[in-house]
Design a protein around this ligand. Structure first.
Ligand SMILES: [Zn+2]
Length: 231
């Protein structure tokens, strides 16, 4: 795995330490939770015994949503991203996990990456690299088992597991510039002969930016070839 962090630093691109995000989300919770707690509707609800079936979710509005979102992001950072509800939020609802939250971002062992929902093989360690983005990054798929869909909002290219339709992440036109000569790109990958679309910059490899929660890693030569699916 080649490190591109150094390249980014040389180019003067900003590098935020992972803790930055946790500090930010904690600040959001602390600052906004006060607003939520001082809401009259919330006070009435608490003084009536805070029955769960009468929680004033709609009355909380923006601040309530913000606290919920920040708590969700913080939980991810503390490892909850590997548990089933968070995996489902990513793969079925298209939620993006916070950067640097997945242990797979730092995974450097030889092996393969499988869809966490259906077990289809999607990527392998030979095409993994450190993009500096905070998400597991690959410059090609393992065999083209990925579907592409242009998002109406923002125009990003979403990638999904072509076997089960799970949301994986996005593919961008700013991958590594140098193509390894003895490791050809699958035909349907961006840059391949049967690709459904062309990259903005044909001189670089694509960057598959994948949520770690959408993947399961299995180290090479560890036996069965497929990961145990429990999430
Ligand atoms: Zn799948």
């Amino acid at each position: 795995m080649k490190s591109y962090n150094q390249d980014r630093q040389k180019e003067g691109k900003p590098m935020f330490p992972p803790i930055t995000y946790n500090v930010l989300y904690t600040a959001i919770v602390v600052l906004t939770a006060k607003d939520v707690a001082s809401n009259d509707v919330v006070k009435d609800w608490v003084s009536s015994g805070a029955p769960l079936n009468a929680a004033p979710i709609q009355a909380l509005g923006g601040p309530g949503l913000l606290v919920a979102y920040a708590l969700f992001q913080l939980l991810f950072s503390f490892g909850a991203g590997q548990s089933a509800p968070f995996r489902l939020a990513v793969t079925k609802l298209g939620v993006t996990e916070p950067p640097f939250s997945s242990p797979l971002n730092d995974e450097t062992r030889d092996g393969a990456y499988f869809c966490s929902s259906c077990g289809a093989k999607l990527f392998d360690s030979a095409a993994k690299y450190d993009s500096g983005s905070g998400w597991p990054s690959f410059w090609r798929t393992a065999g083209g088992g990925v579907e592409y869909r242009r998002e109406a909002l923002g125009g990003r290219m979403e990638i999904k597991c072509s076997n089960c339709g799970s949301h994986l992440g996005h593919v961008f036109s700013d991958g590594p510039a140098v193509a390894p000569v003895d490791d050809p790109v699958p035909a349907t990958d961006p840059g391949g002969p049967e690709a459904a679309f062309v990259l903005n910059d044909p001189t670089v490899r694509p960057r598959f930016c994948v949520n770690g929660a959408a993947l399961k890693f299995e180290e090479a030569e560890s036996g069965s070839g497929r990961p145990e699916l429990n999430g």
